[in-house]
Every structure is written in structure tokens, then in C-alpha cells.
Design a protein around this ligand. Structure first.
Ligand SMILES: [Zn+2]
Length: 366
């Protein structure tokens, strides 16, 4: 009898999905999307259309990059969040998005996914698109191609393993800094680079109102665009309900980007990611208060020097530069995991307490 009930429920779920708004039929492969109760509610922002991006052979999306594909019409926006997930910020952001029945893309940092695997699953389960944003937020422009490849692949595998299904083949360059070589590498991996049109500059303020005004004023001039925000700032989460309401009231439409194809992860990185996530889970089970003293096992991968990376105590620098720069970024507060106190070896803590430049804080772990 129990089994019959399960089948009936499963059938009912399929039926509900089939009857669901066709716009949502193109969601990311593997994402557990539930039909939204508020579909068709004009008082909500919603999603006006889903753009399926073919990343075969690589593609640049949005921004001012020459040759980039532009998918948006006037009045259309894409919501993107970089650098997370971080429980205390990503959680409220998910709620604000759900309250407006709308969808976004999250470009996650590998270390953050390792520290917050539950949030990765939550974001994906809510039907948002999950892309990647390097393992440790390195400025690709100032590191070797080999290290850049490690940064890219470690993030792809870690976020995928945390998520439970492969991450979207969509990537955002930290600080929006790329090199011709890394762009070519992404093309060889059939990964699309998503650029930005509207910068919230939420890394330069602590004011929710300023973040919202930054976005709305740029949109008023440009009429459309891919919006950059960061889900590591409390003020970004704080302004989101009002921003979404304003977007609705001003007649903007939200477009969701989803990938056409699926990424092919690399087995050696997958194995390392699984090992790291298992170590994280075991440490958490043993003692939740010290669960974040994880050693990233990338040393087992030939040619990889991401050994002994700790996802703990690392300060995030979320400054994103639209133009290629290698100067000191804005340093903002933020830790890899905000759910419990962090136990860090004193030597590392001293080194990471005051990151001085682009490479000092993330780079210490490599
Ligand atoms: Zn970033």
C-alpha cells in the first residue's frame, strides 16, 4: 500500500510538472524544480523566459566583450550572484527570490561550496542555475595557465559534487579578469564565460540602499543587462526584496540562463572533491565546532599544487573589476563559513588576518 502511494505521488508530481508553465521546461538538467505556486501571479516578478545557452566550443555571454552573444532585449535582466554560497546571506537571497517566483544564476567559489555543501544543494533545488567561479577566487590574470586550470577544475568538481549533479558549464572570471589562454581553455572545455552589464558595486558599500540605487540607475540608462551581485554581503541580501519589487513595478522582466549541454568533469578532480567533502562531513559529525579544518587532498593529483588548502578563515575579497586590472582589490569582510567559529592554526591565522593584495590571502593556501 505504501508503494502504491509512492507511485501515485510520483505520477502526480510528473503530471504537475507536465502541466507546469512551459517556460520552466528548459531548466538545468538535474535541478529539482518544483512548480511555483505563484506562476501567473502578475504581482510577482517571476521569470519571463528561459534562455538555453549552447556552450559547445565556448561562448562569451553579455558584457562588452567583442563577439559576445547578447541574449537580452530592452527591459530584460538576468540576476547573478558571485562568491558564495554563504549560509547567512545566500539563505535570505533564496527567500527573496522565491517570494518573487524568480530565478537567478549563482557563480560559486569551490572553497565556499566545500564549506557550505548544504547551501549548494538548496540553491540548486530551488531551480536556480549554478555555475562556477574558481576554487579560491584567484585573479586569473596574475597566475600561470596551469594554476588557472586547477582553479577552474577544482571549483567545477567541488561545486558539482556538493550539488549532487554537474554544475552548469557557465563560468565567471574573478574580478572579471581573463587571459587569452584561459579563454581558450574554457572553449576547449565547452564552457561559457558570463560577463556583466550592470555592476551593483556591493563590494564598495555596506549600504543596502546604495546597492539598489547602483543597480536601478545603471538599468535606467542601459535598459537591460546581466546584473552582478555577491551573495556574501548582508546588505546585498537586505536590498534584494525591495530591488525585486522595484524591477517588477518598473516593468523589467527576468530572464534565466540555463545551459544546453552538460559539463564533463575531470575524474581526478572529482575524486579529490569527493574526498574533501567526505572529510568535511566526517569532521562535522565528529565535532561541529571544528568541522572546518579540512585539508584539500589535491596533492594526490599529478601536477596539482593545491595541497593543504584550508577552506577556513579565508577572507573573501569580492571586488569585481569590469576592466582588466591587477591592482589591489577592495577588501571586504567575509569568511568561508559563517555557521560556526573557526579553528585555524595560529600561524595561518596571523598570515591571513590582514590580506594585503590580490594574491596574499587566497594564495597563502597554495
Ligand atoms: Zn567574485
Amino acid at each position: 500500500m505504501r508503494y502504491v502511494s509512492v507511485y501515485i505521488l510520483a505520477f502526480a508530481s510528473l503530471l504537475a510538472l507536465a502541466m507546469h508553465d512551459p517556460l520552466f521546461a528548459e531548466v538545468e538538467v538535474g535541478a529539482a524544480v518544483k512548480p511555483d505556486a505563484c506562476i501567473g501571479d502578475d504581482t510577482k516578478l517571476g521569470v519571463s523566459r528561459v534562455v538555453e545557452i549552447d556552450t559547445e566550443g565556448g561562448v562569451d555571454v553579455g558584457g562588452e566583450k567583442a563577439g559576445a552573444k547578447q541574449f537580452l532585449n530592452d527591459g530584460e535582466v538576468v540576476l547573478t550572484f558571485d562568491d558564495g554560497p554563504m549560509k547567512s546571506v545566500t539563505g535570505p537571497i533564496l527567500k527573496a527570490l522565491a517570494d518573487q517566483c524568480t530565478k537567478a544564476t549563482f557563480f560559486m567559489v569551490g572553497q565556499m561550496a566545500l564549506a557550505n555543501p548544504e547551501m549548494v544543494k538548496e540553491v540548486a533545488a530551488a531551480g536556480h542555475t549554478v555555475g562556477s567561479h574558481t576554487w579560491s577566487h584567484k585573479n586569473i590574470h596574475v597566475i600561470s595557465l596551469a594554476k588557472a586550470q586547477q582553479e577552474i577544475e577544482a571549483a567545477i568538481s567541488t561545486v558539482s559534487k556538493a550539488k549532487g549533479t554537474p554544475v552548469a558549464p557557465l563560468f565567471r572570471f574573478p574580478y572579471l579578469n581573463s587571459t587569452k589562454q584561459t579563454e581558450a581553455y574554457l572553449r576547449s572545455r565547452n564552457i561559457g564565460a558570463v560577463w556583466i552589464d550592470v555592476d551593483s558595486k556591493d563590494y564598495r558599500t555596506r549600504s543596502a540602499k546604495v546597492v539598489e540605487q547602483n543597480i536601478l540607475s545603471q538599468l535606467a540608462k542601459q535598459k537591460k543587462g546581466i546584473i552582478l551581485m555577491h551573495d556574501i554581503h548582508a546588505w546585498t541580501a537586505a536590498q534584494l526584496p525591495d530591488l525585486l519589487k522595484e524591477l517588477h513595478d518598473r516593468g523589467y522582466k527576468v530572464v534565466q540562463f540555463v545551459p544546453k549541454g552538460q559539463i564533463e568533469t575531470i575524474a581526478s578532480y572529482d575524486a579529490a572533491a569527493e574526498k574533501a567533502l567526505a572529510a568535511k562531513a566526517a569532521a562535522k559529525a565528529a565535532n561541529p565546532m571544528v568541522s572546518r579544518s579540512i585539508v584539500w587532498p589535491m596533492s594526490s593529483i599529478p601536477g596539482t599544487d593545491l595541497a593543504a588548502v584550508s577552506p577556513t578563515g579565508t577572507r573573501l575579497r569580492a571586488g569585481s573589476r569590469y576592466k582588466r586590472v591587477a591592482t589591489k582589490p577592495t577588501i571586504v569582510d567575509g569568511v568561508a563559513d559563517d555557521s560556526a567559529p573557526v579553528k585555524i592554526p595560529v600561524s595561518k591565522y596571523k598570515k591571513t588576518a590582514k590580506p594585503k593584495d590580490e594574491t596574499s590571502s587566497w594564495g597563502l593556501f597554495n
